[in-house]
Design a protein around this ligand. Sequence first.
Ligand code: DGL
Length: 261
Amino acid sequence: MFDSGFGGLTVARALIDLLPHESLVYVGDTGRYPYGPRDLEEVAGFARQIARHLVEEYDAKMLVVACNTAAAAAPLPELAAELGRPVVGVIEPGVRSLLKATETGRVGVIGTVGTIGSGAYQAAVAGIDPAAELTCAACPGFVEFVERGETESEQVRILAQRLLAPLHDAKVDALLLGCTHYPFLAHTIRTVMGREVVLVSSADETAFEIREALRGSDLAGDGAGGGPSYRFLSSGDVAWFEELGRRLLGPELLQAQACPW
Ligand code: DGL
């Protein structure tokens, strides 16, 4: 599994809880974060490189792209064909859960500049429910607050008020956090949007999708041969990855190691 940094740990948490027999290797590409403002081609190149590393060095049986920007940038079926492994992304599971959560049909998606600009969510929502009224907003700056470990400050609340105004004005009743970093800002986002708006995180839905994909391909672990192992790699400051990562994920993140790039 990989993300540009700490965001994918929301998906890792859901995966560890739902599938306690499965082992996980997580790459946080913190040395090259944020992906959001980068050219999509460049992000697709990072995704390919990390995916190959996970397959070649760790013999990963399945790849989870726990990053919306990377999932929007890299064509996942092509990646799966290249790797010869199933690949699960976060966009489709998130959209399904968003459309289940709405009662009015007015839904919102927030994400990075790259994700929203790619049109991937607009296409996914239209593909499942063309009648849904979708409002999208890019939230530049949110990821940086999370990577600094600052999830509830006055500054992040002021930024959220400004960036979320279009969603508020559109009176959405369900809002998809279309960036895996954003669940860590849920408290701030809820304060700004109001308690009546359902916040949807793709993490749980993605974990269910992973379970189905593992079952469907006969790859599910059965716990034989000892407990699961959890490994964490960071391409940036490894000590900071361990410290903040443990705070955000929990005790499974005992230590991290450096990526070779
Ligand atoms: N967590 C990532 C996502 O879901 C990307 C954050 C970033 O690096 O900009 O899009």
